[in-house]
Design a protein around this ligand. Structure first.
Ligand SMILES: [Zn+2]
Length: 169
């Protein structure tokens, strides 16, 4: 008797086991964001977070812009939570509801509190982050933890092997 109750419970629970949490907030990379530059930019410098918060490292990625003053677009919907100068770097931060993107050096006329959609232009690239090469520094943060921005535009999770040829109906 006990065994059959267990079996029923397992059957009831099993279909739920593979489900993730409801998509109320963006708290982990899903690889479905858009690139903040178009066309898809080259990565000039990869994400290289420091082992300790006080050490130096690279808390984001540097994306090559085709020219200075290239438009920067929001990779996902969100709200502007900061637009201004940090020390000497013009920065704009978008809160996507769980994780935040910061871009620099970017000139923006958006005010704090502005809602943006995925793909909306949020500013233009200024020179200075990669020497003579126009580039955009993009950082992604969840709380105080820095994440690899590329994991939001590419699916870097271990992939399930699928047939290479999609079979249509
Ligand atoms: Zn950088």
């Amino acid at each position: 008797m006990k065994a059959s109750i267990l079996a029923v419970l397992v059957l009831l629970i099993a279909p739920l086991a593979g489900e993730g949490p409801a998509e109320t907030a963006i708290d982990e990379p899903r690889g479905n964001w858009s690139w903040p530059l178009s066309p898809e930019p080259a990565v000039l410098r990869a994400f290289d977070p420091p082992d300790k918060p006080w050490l130096s490292g690279h808390r984001g990625v540097d994306l090559k812009a085709t020219a200075s003053a290239t438009p920067v677009t929001s990779p996902e919907a969100g709200t502007v939570t900061f637009a201004g100068v940090v020390v000497d770097r013009p920065v704009i931060t978008i809160d996507h509801g769980g994780v935040k993107s910061s871009f620099e050096p970017v000139e923006s006329s958006l005010a704090v509190g502005t809602a943006v959609s995925k793909g909306d232009v949020i500013g233009t690239v200024l020179p200075g982050h990669c020497g003579d090469i126009p580039c955009l520094h993009w950082g992604v943060r969840r709380g105080e933890e820095y994440l690899d921005p590329l994991s939001f535009v590419r699916d870097l999770r271990p992939s399930i092997l699928l047939p290479l040829t999609a079979r249509g109906p």
